[in-house]
Ligand binder design. Structure first.
Ligand SMILES: Cc1cc2nc3c(=O)[nH]c(=O)nc-3n(C[C@H](O)[C@H](O)[C@H](O)COP(=O)(O)O)c2cc1C
Length: 195
């Protein structure tokens, strides 16, 4: 689903979702985020590298959405390698004033996912980017169910939870809807401020 064109006829935003996924769950979440945002997907590989042309793709983006599974309470080492490699654009503040946002997936309902989002936020701040929040109300009532949107109640980015023995195909539909709406919000905010 392409993101909505700004009303003034300004060119469509270029949004890139750059993510790592060891076992496919965060990849499925990344696909949902990208669908909502009308974004291009850029996968960090098992060695922590981007595909050819990946850095140029990021240089051209109006918004970059960072995604990583939570491993041992933080981003995966592959994502961290990418983050450290981004010191090259950092050095010339090439990503300054681009929009940024982050998402993570892990096995625990909590599992220290917030620490991963904090790491993604710190990366964006080091690049002088503009952080976009989750923007969804919490599903925190007695009547709320696991498949409601934002049932994990995150404000600073999107979260998904995949039980340790669940396949990517078994991910919560509510978490995937949350991811889609999150992507859509990043596209909406980016378009709004580019007008
Ligand atoms: C090395 C490693 C460390 C993990 N650490 C955590 C953790 O700190 N918290 C958590 O909730 N789940 C943890 N998990 C579970 C993963 O977050 C979970 O399996 C997730 O769905 C993996 O995403 P992926 O399929 O995109 O790699 C860990 C898994 C691995 C392999």
């Amino acid at each position: 689903m392409p993101n909505a064109a700004p009303e003034t006829g300004a060119p469509m935003s270029k949004i890139v979702v750059v993510f790592h996924s060891g076992y496919g769950h965060t990849q499925r979440m990344a696909q949902a985020v990208a669908q909502g945002a009308g974004a291009e997907l850029l996968a960090i590989d098992a060695d922590g590298n981007l595909p050819a042309g990946g850095w140029d793709t990021l240089a051209q983006a109006d918004a970059i959405i960072f995604g990583s599974p939570t491993y041992m309470g933080s981003v995966s080492w592959q994502f961290k390698k990418f983050a450290e490699a981004s010191s090259k654009p950092w050095f010339v503040q090439a990503w300054k004033d681009k929009f940024a946002a982050g998402f993570t997936n892990s096995a625990g309902l909590n599992g220290d996912k917030q620490l991963t989002l904090n790491t993604l936020y710190a990366l964006a701040m080091q690049h002088s980017m503009l952080w976009v929040s989750q923007g969804l109300m919490p599903a925190n009532k007695k009547a709320s169910t696991r498949n409601d949107v934002n049932h994990l109640v995150s404000y600073s980015g999107a979260m998904a939870q995949s039980p340790a023995d669940a396949s990517p195909a078994e991910m919560s539909p509510g978490d995937l809807d949350t991811a889609r709406l999150f992507g859509q919000r990043v596209a909406d905010v980016t378009a709004k401020f580019r007008r």
